[in-house]
Write a protein that binds this ligand. Structure first.
Ligand code: ADP
Ligand code: MG
Length: 482
């Protein structure tokens, strides 16, 4: 037995999501990303004596949205605390956070919904906090530079229970959270720019054991794929240590994207004692039932709900449903499309097929797509009524529609002589041409090479320029040849 098979992994994730508020958590400075360094730094952000923080109301709204979407319990009385430590990018010398009273408790993320692998991962808590500034080590050969624009920007931290068992599950968990914050429009979910950051707590233990092993916490993964790589590396590293008779130390490690390894950042001995105490400059915030109800009313359709409707009611495959809910604008487009056609499967095929190819080829998103869903629905109807074939629709009509978005597909089909011919006489005409043009194949077919039917049908479609109704043509061709 492979030594790695003797062990199982235990994983808990901490995700920091930067809230998409205009101003910071406790100051009115702009929270925008990418401004000139140190331009959004009021005396409050810099922690000058005598300044007072004021809570940004949006923080509460966004955290409540997230909590509701994750089925968490929302706390009524929210207090704030100071988490003290000394670091160059932390001008106040402390972060305002929530220590004992996180705004959300409990809730869960459903991994791989509607599949055999479906599994709930419980959320421990979600709390509000503020970001630190940014130390830049790669801008100057000798000095570390500090940009304090990010100091004080709103964050939520989402802490999971240690219930994730593999790097695949972790990948799915972060994917779900990212999709969710984007649907809720509370965070842009951009891991490269650091608006979504994930720390992975990993330990291993012998299979079936009930005592968790010592854990490490790995930081600095700038993509979901790198979260997975970091976890895979840690699991293997820890098993190798144990198998070599050594111990896993509780420590914080840093991920290196270049080779997928993790290296020691600081050990437990150096761990901070944050000396939390209640923030004296902020009053507790009361989150009332009617406020929660109000926020709940404003929640958009969520990806998992859409997924259920698409797979259970619309009969889409998991794969197709996932492609559609991947981004909110696509989901919205599809939803609108299904207001105009009941052929859900065709609607999904058009969106995931021709439309996405067009978007990719032109480097645009669905929001910039010129054709409104109702136009695509009209095209689907043409096909369903047998007026044009799928091929004619996608290869001829669709490209013309894109150039002339105001013209109805039926008009395009008529103007361009693309209406499918289901008239027997017309089709028989085409059949005669095919027979005349392919004497050898016809003889071979008659001598038993029945597989030539495909070739002959192909010729027929070609002769008819794609307009012959294929079902009818097939029947008539067989009749004629037999
Ligand atoms: P800390 O302040 O030490 O980071 P938190 O409570 O904020 O502690 O987060 C701990 C995270 O580590 C949680 O996501 C939790 O599920 C996870 N965790 C706790 N124990 C283990 C363990 N033995 N192995 C893996 N993950 C663990
Ligand atoms: Mg931690």
């Amino acid at each position: 037995m492979n030594i790695y098979d003797k062990y199982e992994a235990v994983i808990g994730l901490e995700i920091h999501a930067q809230l998409a508020t205009n101003s910071k958590a406790y100051a009115s400075d702009s929270a925008s990303f990418g401004d000139l360094p140190n331009t959004n730094i009021s005396p409050i952000t810099l922690g000058h004596p005598g300044t007072l923080p004021v809570l940004n109301k949006k923080n509460i709204e966004f955290a409540v949205k997230l909590g509701l979407a994750l089925n968490s319990t929302i706390r009524k009385v929210n207090e704030f605390a100071r988490k003290n430590y000394f670091y160059a990018d932390l001008p106040k010398g402390y972060q305002i956070t929530q220590d004992k009273t996180p705004i959300c408790n409990g809730g869960y993320v459903t991994l791989f919904p509607n599949t055999e692998r479906e599994k709930k991962i419980n959320i421990t808590r979600i709390h509000l906090e503020e970001d630190a500034g940014k130390s830049m080590h790669d801008q100057d050969p000798f000095n570390t530079l500090i940009d304090l624009n990010r100091a004080g920007v709103s964050l939520v931290e989402i802490v999971s229970e240690p219930e994730i068992k593999s790097s695949d599950e972790a990948y799915e968990y972060v994917t779900q959270i990212r999709k969710l914050v984007r649907y809720l429009e509370i965070c842009d979910g951009n891991m490269e720019e650091g608006s979504l950051r994930c720390d992975a707590n990993v330990s291993v233990m012998l299979k079936g054991s009930t005592t968790f092993g010592e854990r490490t916490e790995t930081k600095n993964m700038n993509s979901i794929r790198n979260v997975k790589r970091a976890i895979d590396f840690e699991i293997k590293r820890q098993i190798d240590l144990i198998e070599a008779g050594e111990r896993v130390e509780m420590e914080t490690r840093s991920f290196n994207a270049a080779d997928g390894s993790t290296t020691l950042m600081r050990s437990k001995e150096e761990a901070h004692d944050y000396r939390y105490f209640p923030e004296p400059d902020l009053q507790p915030v009361l989150v009332e039932e009617n406020y929660i109800a109000e926020v709940k009313k404003g929640l958009p359709l969520l990806p998992n709900e859409l997924y259920k409707v698409y797979t259970n009611e619309y009969g889409l495959s998991e794969y197709d449903a996932n492609l559609i809910i991947e981004s909110k604008p696509l989901g919205l487009y599809y939803n609108e499309l299904t207001q105009h056609t009941k052929n859900y499967k065709a609607a999904s095929n058009w969106l995931n097929g021709s439309i996405k190819s067009y978007l990719n080829e032109n480097g645009i998103t669905i929001e910039d797509f010129v054709l409104k869903p109702i136009k695509i629905a009209a095209l689907i109807q043409l096909i369903d009524e047998g007026k044009v074939s799928n091929t004619v629709a996608s290869q001829h009509i669709f490209p013309i529609m894109i150039n002339q978005p105001d013209i109805e597909p039926i008009a395009i089909a008529e103007q361009n002589n693309l209406i499918q011919e289901s008239n027997d006489d017309d089709i028989i005409n085409y059949i005669d041409i095919v027979i005349e043009q392919n004497p050898t194949e016809i003889t071979r077919f008659k001598n038993g090479e029945k597989q030539l039917m495909g070739f002959l049908m192909g010729q027929l479609m070609k002769v008819s320029e794609g307009k012959a109704d294929p079902k009818k043509a097939n029947v008539l061709l067989r009749e004629k040849l037999n």
